[in-house]
Write a protein that binds this ligand. Structure first.
Ligand code: GLC
Length: 474
């Protein structure tokens, strides 16, 4: 079986969020299970020079963008045995960062179509094209409406994964003639609520839709979570499943991680204390072993549950002997709030604004507790990484958080959870966690149990393979 995995970001080349982690690790896990899997993504200007140097130019083609044609260079690189195709067009991708431009719709319509146009020019004929999020949602739309009957394109099945339903690729209808170039009789596929909606088009046309946890697959059938897509998803629910993401347990390994201060494992985690001390020093907090240190690594976006944090953090810091470190960037209102907390509680609260992967690893290793109070969380990877580093997650029971973290109140779970989206329920869970932390023997047992949780890709990669096999039989 051959799978072409289509993603707008993938590690090690370019990352803005969890999708890049998945695109950088699931293909590797599929290959270990003897599935031929290659990845295709845009060739962004920001890719590090040492990675660019490893790329080999294969050929160039021209790709239709409505009534125009655009150049597309096809480059190839190999990472950990996986072949990546990087599609080059300097007009679209020679810019800073990944997203956030006025013409993102056109940039990713180009990319989604180039994926199909490239197929006759590479030595890989996929049985499955697996697309992810709105940026590659047009690939199944183009395939179904234009390419499926062309010679050389027959019998390809498409799978579409929703990593976050909040970002759907919604634009005005003028896009259809100017940018999308879909046949007129097919434009209803891409229209929704008076607009063009890329994700809705993929939901209509892909053979299967997956999302990144079983709980989220249920939640997005409900208007509270669906950002308007519940009706169409309920109609198509026969083709929707949730498969929990895994993490790259080779990269996230406290026994070998080059970014942390001292190495440790589930067998002997005494050196975790050295990580805590060094992290406190780095962040300018008093170096105390006895105080519970709470970490948070997050985009500062509303759905990450920051309203709850904002409602009670000052009270928590004022009344508890605790420390907290936040790493993240995003909405101004939250950045300002955390700056204020850092100024008001310099001995207890430290902040680093930005996306700093090496510091995030130091926080996973050095903190005792890890907070994720998300309003919605399709899967969430940080809670799994925290477990791997023996840092106990405190999470709201939603999406993948609900599927990966169980409350340890009954002496069995691996973290602390709360159900309703309520600041005092969150504070109560943090207090229970801090109380647990103060009981040293029980805490050691909990840490060991957390570190022994298996969140590697094994089980989930097998689920994807079962799904690919099922769809190929249809
Ligand atoms: C998105 C989701 C996150 C998920 C990740 C990878 O970033 O918000 O919950 O873990 O995609 O699937």
């Amino acid at each position: 079986m051959k799978v072409l995995y289509v993603s707008s970001e993938a590690l090690p080349f370019m990352a803005s969020g969890g999708l890049a982690d998945v695109a950088g690790s699931l293909p590797k896990a599929l290959r270990k299970r003897l599935i031929g899997c290659r990845v295709v993504m845009p060739l962004y200007d920001g890719i590090k020079p040492e990675l660019k140097e490893q790329m080999k130019f294969l050929t160039s083609i021209s790709v239709p963008v409505a009534w125009r044609r655009q150049y597309c260079g096809i480059f190839e690189a190999k990472v950990d045995g996986v072949i990546y195709y990087l599609l080059d067009n300097q007009y679209y991708f020679k810019r800073d960062g990944i997203y956030g431009y006025y013409d993102d719709a056109e940039r990713f319509a180009f990319f989604s179509r180039a994926v199909l146009e490239m197929l006759p020019h590479i030595d890989f004929k996929p049985d499955i094209i697996h697309c992810n999020d709105w940026q590659s949602a047009l690939t199944p739309v183009y395939y179904t409406t234009m390419y499926s009957h062309w010679s050389g394109y027959e019998n390809i099945k498409t799978v579409f994964t929703i990593h976050n339903i909040q970002y759907q690729g919604v634009y005005g209808k003028e896009l259809i003639p100017e940018v999308l170039g879909l046949p007129e009789e097919c434009t209803n596929i891409i229209e929704y609520d008076g607009d063009v909606n890329f994700m809705k088009g993929a939901i209509e046309t892909a053979n299967r839709i997956t999302t990144v946890s079983p709980s989220y697959a249920n939640e997005i059938l409900d208007p509270w979570y669906s950002h308007g897509l519940d009706t169409i998803l309920r109609e198509r629910s026969w083709k929707l499943t949730g498969i929990l993401n895994g993490i790259d347990t080779e990269s996230y390994n406290p026994a070998t991680d080059p970014d942390i201060f001292a190495h440790y494992s589930a067998e002997d985690f005494s050196a975790k204390a050295d990580n805590k001390r060094a992290l406190q020093e780095l962040m300018g907090l008093p170096q105390r072993a006895d105080v519970p240190l709470l970490g948070m690594v997050t985009r500062l976006a509303g759905h990450k549950g920051l309203d709850l944090v904002r409602a009670v953090l000052d009270e928590m810091l004022s009344t508890s002997d605790m420390q907290m470190i936040v790493l993240g960037s995003g909405e101004w209102q939250y950045e300002e709030f955390f700056k204020e907390m850092a100024a008001k509680h310099p001995d207890k609260f430290a902040l680093k604004l930005g996306f700093v992967p090496s510091l995030s690893r130091k926080i996973y290793a050095g903190a005792d507790l890890f907070l994720m109070p998300s309003k919605s969380e399709p899967c969430g990877l940080s809670q799994m990484i925290a477990l791997r580093y023996g840092t106990i997650p405190i999470v709201r029971e939603t999406g993948g958080l609900r599927d990966s973290i169980q409350d340890s109140g009954d002496g069995k779970g691996n973290g602390f959870t709360f159900a309703s989206y309520n600041a005092h329920d969150m504070m109560n869970a943090v207090r229970r966690a801090m109380e647990g932390y103060s009981q040293k023997d029980g805490w050691q047992i909990l840490m060991k149990r957390a570190m022994e949780c298996d969140n590697s890709w094994g089980k989930s990669a097998n689920e994807y393979i079962r799904l690919y096999n099922a769809v190929l039989k249809e």
